[in-house]
Design a protein around this ligand. Structure first.
Ligand SMILES: NC(=O)c1ccc[n+]([C@@H]2O[C@H](COP(=O)([O-])OP(=O)(O)OC[C@H]3O[C@@H](n4cnc5c(N)ncnc54)[C@H](OP(=O)(O)O)[C@@H]3O)[C@@H](O)[C@H]2O)c1
Length: 248
């Protein structure tokens, strides 16, 4: 499926990897629906795409319930047409010792990282299948693959998303919908700079063979690859884009 002329819905596109993905998919000819909570940043991303000659709409959405996911799916189709590409990128990271995690933080993390992708796929994948094809790319994390102190909630939510990736490949793949995931390593974004700061982020990245922090566009490149026709035979895969961290 070529990206040109397709409609792509990118969650968390007001920031970091989601913003870079929205820009890249638009450069490759997709009509991109940018969504996120921050109205100023969302409008900026859409304006940047349009200024470069691309097509984009911004739909602000604070996603908390299955209904929020369904409303966003419907609104995206109303503004741009049937959604062909869904990038489940929006997430939050909750870190801390298991015994210190508040129930509300656990719920918030699992809601945006697992529940919202689940109901967005439920809202959009059947239509993709009926139209004969579509693509879903889930954004996981390298920490879904190994245990580290303090990341139990966040890492397990991403492990759930990775298993959902395989489940959906089995469920929708036979009807033309390719479902894959990328699992990034430390990447320079608004979110990680606010949480870690540049020095801790660099220290984290130094554990991998690449010995450096990724730029958001390096993750977006793999997401866009998975969304495009050159990835036509890739289904149910989780592609590490982590500078070699999980391989070593
Ligand atoms: N950066 C890394 O080092 C790294 C590493 C591994 C995996 N990842 C994964 O890559 C993805 C992007 O990470 P990032 O660092 O680019 O993230 P980020 O800068 O923290 O941005 C997160 C995005 O998610 C949106 N979002 C969060 N909660 C939301 C909610 N309840 N409703 C709607 N939107 C919500 C935010 O919207 P607003 O800003 O508008 O509020 C923002 O657009 C995430 O899935 C993350 O887990 C990142």
């Amino acid at each position: 499926m070529p990206i040109r002329g397709k409609v792509a819905l990118v969650t968390g596109a007001t920031s970091g990897i989601g913003s870079a993905t929205a820009v890249l998919l638009a450069e490759r000819g997709a009509h991109v629906v940018v969504t996120g909570r921050d109205i100023a940043r969302g409008a900026q991303v859409a304006a940047r795409i349009r200024a470069a000659g691309g097509i984009a709409d911004f739909l602000p959405a604070a996603l908390a319930t299955a209904d929020d996911a369904r409303v966003l799916a419907t609104a995206a189709a109303e503004v741009a047409g049937p959604v062909d590409i869904l990038v489940n990128n929006a997430a939050i990271a909750v870190f801390g010792a298991t015994a210190t995690i508040a129930e509300a933080d656990f719920d918030a993390c699992y809601t945006i990282n697992v529940k919202i992708p689940f109901f967005l796929v439920g809202a959009l994948a059947p239509g993709m299948a009926e139209r004969g094809g579509g693509v879903i790319v889930n954004v996981s994390s390298m920490v879904a693959s190994f245990g580290t102190f303090g990341s139990a909630v966040y890492a397990s939510s991403k492990a759930a998303l990775e298993l959902l990736t395989k489940s959906w490949a089995a469920e929708y793949g036979p009807r033309g919908v390719r479902v894959n995931a990328v699992a990034p390593g430390p990447t320079r974004t608004e979110g990680t700079l606010a949480h870690y700061g540049p020095d801790r982020l660099a220290a984290l990245a130094a554990q991998a063979p690449a010995r450096r922090v990724a730029d958001a566009t390096e993750i977006a490149e793999t997401i866009a690859f998975l969304a495009g026709e050159h990835a036509a035979f890739i289904q149910g895969a989780v592609i590490p884009v982590d500078g070699g961290r999980t391989a070593t």
